[in-house]
Design a protein around this ligand. Structure first.
Ligand code: EPU
Length: 428
């Protein structure tokens, strides 16, 4: 099994460039199914989730070319199957976008139930509610969803919960439906705006993405074109929190500072210095941080995906902090791993209380999911002594060149590869 060996206690200094957004690109790639013609997608991160979703599209008959490290050409004109029911689909959460995309393209879809990181129950009832409102009949058999409509017709949909996946999925299905679809209580994450911008640049008519009401006027045809994916605000937030927690002076380049406001605000509250520029952000810290309270919320609130890194940040603050997870039922599974570093954390329901300790100590710990994996790396960078982090398959799903980027910032981090099991074979 591959592992990262990290000698902690070294400050981070210099600059890091942020890659394209994982949660945008894993929706934009399946969205290309709706387009008749070639889509050139730029600023694509090199991460395992992208390999998996492009492999799934290739299996469906899409022609995909890597033009350069960050640019893909996707041509789905000749895709003629609406069945995506295989083990690859079951391994990945974002494969649920195949439902909306195939339904939008063919008026029918057979898609395996999606997998993904384990944060407790991950229902997709709101996705299904949206598809049904557009006229699809849905059955469930042998681990697959089967969706079928004579003709998708625009509808007025009010989501019961704010869901990123349901908002994007219904947008995908509605883009070529007959008439007007209105989504109320839509999610507002930057990747929702990015998927809408991608579809609009190919000829769709979507208005209001980024607000809680999205209006989609169905069109007959989407043409090919070129689109560049937005920077990953969760990756940017990861480096911001690492810079503040480990200490140092880091400029995070290729970001949209507006997307990072909830993170900047919390870092400033804890005493770190944050400076915003047009498309970069600088985080400086050399002292012990103040404790604080954080509650995760849908965008523009503090992102759940940075909750494990925020908890890690507060493990050495000068007092007791409270972090409330309000998006997922069970996103504290990594806390036992964090305790191995000497962190003093008590979890009661959806709230972690973190008693700041004077320092963390190096240890062996494992990534239990993608963001928790990044949190383990952060704890190891903050700790005195050597740590080993295993289960890197999770980290490789969503962080491009993590150890190279950290090495460039002065971290002492090395990957020890076990060549028997290539990380590219696994994407959960
Ligand atoms: N929910 C429902 N019913 C639904 C859909 C969601 O009850 O039909 C609930 C969920 O159980 C959860 C909440 O609504 O409590 C939010 O779920 P959402 O649908 O927004 O999550 P998702 O679309 O499955 C995406 C990201 C996650 C991120 C969440 C929240 C992708 C591929 N995944 O998941 O990202 O945590 O939004 O922001 O976009 C990650 O990148 O590490 C990651 C897990």
């Amino acid at each position: 099994m591959d592992k990262l060996v990290i000698n902690g206690g070294k400050s981070l200094n210099g600059s890091v460039t942020i890659s394209g957004a994982k949660n945008a690109v894993v929706a934009i790639i399946p969205a290309a199914l709706l387009v008749d013609g070639k889509c050139i997608i730029e600023n694509v991160p090199t991460i395992d989730d992208v390999s998996v979703i492009t492999d799934i599209l290739s299996q469906l008959g899409a022609k995909i070319k890597l033009i350069n490290k960050t640019t893909l050409e996707i041509d789905c004109t000749h895709v003629d199957t609406y069945c995506a029911d295989n083990s690859m689909v079951r391994k990945m959460r974002a494969s649920y976008y195949l439902m909306g995309a195939l339904l939008g393209k063919f008026n029918k879809a057979v898609v395996s139930m999606p997998g993904g990181c384990d944060f407790g129950s991950r229902p997709i009832d709101q996705h299904l509610k949206g598809f049904k409102a557009l006229g699809a009949e849905i059955t469930q058999e042998n681990g697959n969803y089967s969706l079928r409509a004579d003709q998708l017709v625009g509808s007025h949909i009010f989501f019961d919960v704010v869901s990123v996946g349901a908002t994007i999925n219904v947008m995908l299905a509605a883009v070529k439906a007959q008439g007007l679809t209105i989504i109320e209580n839509a999610a507002k994450e930057p990747h929702i705006v990015d998927v809408a911008n991608f579809l609009n640049s190919m000829g769709a008519n979507i208005k209001g993405a980024g607000t809680d009401v999205i209006k989609i006027k169905g069109v007959d045809f989407l043409r090919g074109g070129t689109y560049s994916v937005i920077p990953d605000y969760i990756e940017a937030g990861t480096y911001m929190l690492m810079a503040a927690g480990v200490g140092g002076d880091v400029i995070i380049k290729n970001v949209i500072p507006k997307h990072l406001e909830s993170i900047s605000a919390k870092l400033i509250e804890t005493g770190a210095n944050v400076v915003e520029y047009d498309d970069s952000i600088r985080v400086i810290n050399s002292s012990r941080l103040q404790p604080c309270r954080i509650k995760t919320l849908p965008y523009p609130g503090f992102p759940t995906d940075l909750q494990p890194l925020a908890v890690t940040l507060l493990t050495t603050a000068s007092g007791t902090s409270y972090v409330n997870e309000s998006v997922w039922d069970n996103r504290f599974q990594y806390i036992d791993e964090l305790r191995r570093f000497g962190a003093n954390i008590n979890v009661d329901g959806n709230t972690a209380s973190i008693e700041g300790v004077s320092r963390l100590e190096g240890c062996q710990a494992k990534a239990v999911d993608l963001r928790a994996g990044a949190a383990m790396v952060m704890a190891a960078l903050m700790a005195q002594g050597q740590s080993e982090i295993t289960n890197l398959k999770y980290i490789d799903r969503g962080y491009e060149d993590l150890e190279e980027k950290l090495t460039n910032l002065g971290a002492d981090i090395k990957r020890i590869c076990d060549f028997e099991g290539s990380p590219l074979n696994i994407a959960n």
